[in-house]
Design a protein around this ligand. Structure first.
Ligand code: C2E
Ligand code: MG
Ligand code: MG
Ligand code: MG
Length: 279
């Protein structure tokens, strides 16, 4: 079964709510250096399909270990890259690393897994992520089936026409598109009809403490039913407890992601998981 042991709960950065160790210009300069020195890497978090009983995809999550200050959260350095004009480079780095990983996993297994990549607003609009993905896929010969993208509702807050065009281009390339952190944005339902999406990632705010709060259960069931009626897939995010796994499953949500199924981990650790599952 896909009910793997929780990996020795290691933490990457002390506390997301804690104060940043950098001033803004410092952070940007350090990030620039980190990109030059290839200090940025990817960790991968399993997405399991409980119906199939296996890992079907992994989400690529950017990781930065600073030589002095340790792990810096993407919640800190992604917005900084975004504002400081580094998102094009960072995004391309993530994409290339993910594609290299796909090739490694492709040769290793008969049931290949896909990688989902987060795309931010400037990546879609300004840095032409779609063109970049097309180019990298062409160069590597990877099938678009193995790359999926995640975008949040937030990026569509205003002036979404260029973003829509970028998504449509990805869609035409055969790339699956997920609406990330679904339910936390402000115009969710309207967006479902506008965007060429394949599925929703139900934000962990709904999944968290699901067993304790009946109101959340009703919301989750409604969203899962909504997705099904719209012909969309759905992934439950932030599954931390066996009860949450069970309730989601009962609601019809078999695709799940969260610490309970596996923390974000190195490619090597994912490889190991795939190996032991295949036995
Ligand atoms: P996200 O795309 O919604 O990613 C899921 C976040 O939830 C990750 O945080 C993950 O570590 C965390 N998470 C997963 N399972 C659980 C759980 O069971 N409980 C709890 N409490 N948290 C869980 P992370 O890695 O800190 O990333 C934060 C955000 O940074 C991501 O949110 C994504 O929006 C952004 N991000 C990360 N990597 C990239 C990247 O390469 N490119 C872009 N554009 N954004 C990225
Ligand atoms: Mg995501
Ligand atoms: Mg998410
Ligand atoms: Mg999120």
């Amino acid at each position: 079964a896909a009910k793997q042991q929780r990996d020795g709960a290691y933490r990457f950065y002390a506390d997301l709510k804690g104060q940043s160790v950098f001033s803004k210009p410092e952070l940007l300069a350090e990030l620039k250096m980190a990109l030059d020195n290839k200090e940025l890497m990817l960790h991968y978090q399993p997405i399991v399909d409980l119906a199939a009983g296996r890992i079907v995809k992994v989400e690529a999550l950017a990781r930065w270990q600073h030589r002095e200050h340790g792990w810096i959260s993407p919640l800190e350095f992604i917005p900084a890259a975004e504002k400081g004009g580094l998102m094009g480079r960072l995004g391309e780095h993530v994409l290339i690393e993910a594609c290299n990983q796909i090739m490694a996993w492709r040769d290793l297994h008969d049931q290949p897994i896909s990688i989902t990549i987060n795309l931010s607003k400037s990546q879609l609009a300004k840095y032409e992520a779609a063109a970049c993905i097309e180019r990298v896929l062409e160069e590597t010969g990877i099938s678009p089936n193995f790359i999926e993208v995640e975008v949040t509702e937030e990026v569509f807050a205003e002036d979404y026409e260029p973003l829509l065009q970028a998504l449509n281009r990805l869609k035409r390339m055969g790339i699956r598109i997920w609406l990330d952190d679904f339910g936390t944005g402000y115009s969710s339902l309207h967006m479902l009809h506008l965007l060429p999406i394949d599925g929703l990632k139900l934000d962990r705010a709904f999944v968290h403490r699901l067993s304790e709060e009946p109101a959340r259960l009703a919301t989750v069931r409604t969203i899962v039913a909504l997705a099904r009626n719209q012909g969309l897939a759905i992934i439950g995010e932030g599954v931390e407890q066996p009860e949450e796994e069970a309730i989601l499953l009962e609601s019809g949500c078999t695709l799940q992601q969260g610490y309970y199924h596996g923390q974000p981990m190195t490619a090597m650790q994912i490889t190991e998981k795939l190996r032991t599952a295949g036995r």
